[in-house]
Structures are given as structure tokens and as C-alpha cells.
Design a protein around this ligand. Sequence first.
Ligand SMILES: Nc1ncnc2c1ncn2[C@@H]1O[C@H](COP(=O)(O)OP(=O)(O)OP(=O)(O)O)[C@@H](O)[C@H]1O
Ligand SMILES: [Mg+2]
Length: 333
Amino acid sequence: MIILGIETSCDDTAASLVSEGTEILSSVVSSQIEVHHPYGGIVPELASRKHIEAIDYVVNDAIKKSGISLNRIDAVAVTQGPGLVGSLLVGFCFAKGFAYALDRPCVCVNHLEGHINSVFLTSDPPPFPFVALLVSGGHTSIYHVKSYTESDLMGQTRDDAAGEAFDKVSKMLGLGYPGGIVIDRLAKKGNSQSIRFPRSYLDKSKFDFSFSGIKTSVNRYIQTHGDISKEQIPDIAASFQEAVIDVLTYKIITAANKKKCRHIAVVGGVAANSRLRARLLKDASAEGFHVHIPPMDLCGDNAAMIAATGYHYMVKGITSDINQDVYSRSKNS
Ligand SMILES: Nc1ncnc2c1ncn2[C@@H]1O[C@H](COP(=O)(O)OP(=O)(O)OP(=O)(O)O)[C@@H](O)[C@H]1O
Ligand SMILES: [Mg+2]
């Protein structure tokens, strides 16, 4: 079964063709970073407009690159939410129209479920059940994943997402947007033990997170130390990053122990962080866990994860009604 996936929940216009929920035939992602960069964050209205400009080209490019003719597409899977409503609507309306014109079913997909299923597009997928750390720009959550379409939320952030904290700290340090990748790069040159930023574990036996405190703490450090020199920035970046990673690593290992799962998946944009990947592979592997992290291009937003998730709904015979609408927040997000 071949699924065309479409994703426009935030600032990436993406389309992909995936065969049997595992084999990526093509994956095209058109980023809007340059549009939002001058504003230091995503401007929703600009994001919607850019999606409108890009969607037709991106979908056609994905189809062309896959080498698949239109009549071989079995269904169109599209992100329904959570995300920016204006952005979501562009991909959603396009997908509905495309599916209708092809006379194929349309499958609505939850973006977060898509991130979790990105781990099945790798050569080393985890067996069920496993625990997943979803760590992205808008979410930081832990799930007990029971099947491709069923997972229980074990905990989530009570305030900011980890990715959001990376982006805000980058802005405070004058490093621009998006911040995760810049902090990741600079942290390699810094000493992660130089500043002791707080680790917010909340209740250590539970799986909720809080990242607003560390943001404030970095801000206060910058303010109280007056002129921060260029040389100090790598130390601040490394110390901040290490504090976030300590919490993420502790919580996901504790969750895996609680659920007696030997397999841990880490997905979402922040899963691209080189230090997080290294720490989890080291710490979790040392405790006997098998850690599954998708390659970089499947960590951030992409449509292959949406197509893969749509495939599993199709296998279950679940398709969506044409009257469905997008949603900005899901019950569990
Ligand atoms: N190497 C990295 N280190 C840390 N953070 C990173 C890295 N690369 C990307 N990020 C962060 O990942 C986030 C983007 O991830 P993603 O695209 O999955 O989020 P989103 O789609 O905006 O949010 P959500 O999936 O929660 O709706 C940004 O906050 C970005 O700073
Ligand atoms: Mg995302």
C-alpha cells in the first residue's frame, strides 16, 4: 500500500510517499526558517501564506521523486493537529481535495502520533510495547506505546517544551532562531560543568516536566553577570543543555523501568541533539536498554511519519470523513 503524506502543522511544508508504512519512496521538506528568522520566532500568518505558496510544488515534487504514478497512490494521510490552525488548514484542505480528485480515502493523522511512528521508518524499529520520549518545539511528553495507533500518555511538560527552552535561551544569548541546533553546536566547545543551572525533576517518581524555571535561571545569570563575553557563551550553552538533558534522560529511564520496557524511543526535533543522543545511548545502554532514535531528517517535522501513521490506520480500515476539521491542541498534548 502506498500512502501520500502531507504535513503543514507549523513552519515546514512537507510531502512524502511511503510504501507499507516503512519504506520512504520520497520525502520533501520545504523549510520557512529564512522567513521567520528576522522575527526571532514563527509568525503564524506568514507561515500560512508560505504554505499556500509551497504546497502544490512540494506535493508534486514528492510524487515526481518517488517515481510513482498517481493511480498507484492508495490514500492521502494528512496532519490534522495539533499545530497552528492557519498552517494546518493549508495542508488539510489540499489533502482533502487531492484525495477527492484521486477518488482515494483521506486519513487524518495526529502530528504527535506521527513523531512517535517516525521510529518505524528506521532499520531498527522497537518491538511493542516500548516507552517514547517525544521532545519537540511544542511538546515534551513520555508515552507508553502499545501499538502503532495506541499509546498512553505517562507525563508531559507543565509549561514550556524542551525545544522551546532551547529556542528562548538561544534568543537570550543573541544566537537567533531556531536555537536548538546553534546551542547544540556551541555547547561542544563549552564546559557543561561550569555553571550549575537547576534541574527541575518535579516529583521524581512521575513523568511531568517543567522547563520554564531553567529559562528564567539562564536569563538571571545573563543579567547578573553584566556583559557576557563571546568566550562565555559556549559554557552557558553547554551548562544549560546538560541540565535539560539530565532531566530528560532520568525521566525516560525511570519510565522504562516502571513499565518494564527494555526499548526506549526518542523522537521529535530535539531528538536531533547530539549530546542527548550520545547521553541516552551511553546511560540507557549501560542499564541494558535498547535506544531507538530516528536519523536527523526524521526528527524534525516531515511527512514520511504522517504517511507511515496513515498506513497503520488504513490497515485497520480507519479512514476519515470529508467533514473533519483541524484542531490546534489535542486532548493529550
Ligand atoms: N540539535 C538540536 N538540539 C536541540 N534542539 C533542537 C535541535 N534541532 C532542532 N531542535 C529543536 O527542535 C524543535 C523543532 O522540532 P519539531 O519540528 O519537532 O517541533 P514542532 O513541530 O514545532 O513542535 P511539535 O512537534 O511539538 O508540534 C525546535 O525547538 C528546535 O530548536
Ligand atoms: Mg513537530
